[in-house]
Design a protein around this ligand. Sequence first.
Ligand SMILES: Nc1ncnc2c1ncn2[C@@H]1O[C@H](COP(=O)(O)OP(=O)(O)OP(=O)(O)O)[C@@H](O)[C@H]1O
Length: 266
Amino acid sequence: MYRTAAHSAGSPAAPAPAGTVAVAARATELSKVYGRGETQVTALDRVSVEFRRGEFTAIMGPSGSGKSTLMHCMAGLDSISSGSTRIGDVELAALGDKQLTQLRRDRIGFVFQAFNLLPTLTALENITLPLDIAGRRPDREWLERVVSTVGLSGRLAHRPSQLSGGQQQRVAVARALTAKPEIVFADEPTGNLDSRSGAELLGFLRESVRAMEQTVVMVTHDPVAASYADRVVFLADGRIVDEMRRPTADAVLDRMKAFDAKGRTS
Ligand SMILES: Nc1ncnc2c1ncn2[C@@H]1O[C@H](COP(=O)(O)OP(=O)(O)OP(=O)(O)O)[C@@H](O)[C@H]1O
């Protein structure tokens, strides 16, 4: 069922030399402006942020605050207006379209609210599709570890229509992790799931960070989802306005309420 590995199992990224903090992705003075003239919108206003390797970060903020735009710009899915975005040491603006496509394919994992699974392929084929497209062989041990971590071992021969929404989302997570990306970007990954499936998925993401040293950046509206992260970054009006480490759902909720109250009075 599995093909043999071309390389050995291990963590997605090499450890940083002692004394340095390894940064998986970084934005510096990043601005993104949509449209022109009267319809111009500044979605991101000189945002500087870094995402460390092996850390789980949640991005929160009111609707329209720029969360998805930040994620899309940092993942090279959208162009930037000014500033800089890097994945590892690579400056995205310096890449041509083809190199950018390759970087996304080889170094970034994506989990979106819509699972984007191909209906005619089995769960296993969906999971290994990005590697197949890249002409890379799955690392068998790693694939087994990912599949068992997300709890899909008995479901690999099923097609998406034969899986529940939660199971389909697990396939999407396994697909994102199997290529050992340097960073996983997840946009509202629990948005379409009931609370139990959502909690499971967040547990898998958490576990991938703990056990596999994965780096995860997740956009969410949900304080409970954010509480699974190591760190929460708060956006408002295209700017980073706060940050919290070791968040709890209550602390995140209180912080969000404080922003709301401030927004109404200012
Ligand atoms: N393609 C686009 N063209 C024009 N304006 C856009 C485009 N995409 C986003 N915007 C605007 O940029 C701002 C930030 O949008 P973004 O989707 O990043 O916010 P968000 O925080 O992810 O919102 P939500 O929580 O509602 O998904 C909004 O004012 C939005 O209307």
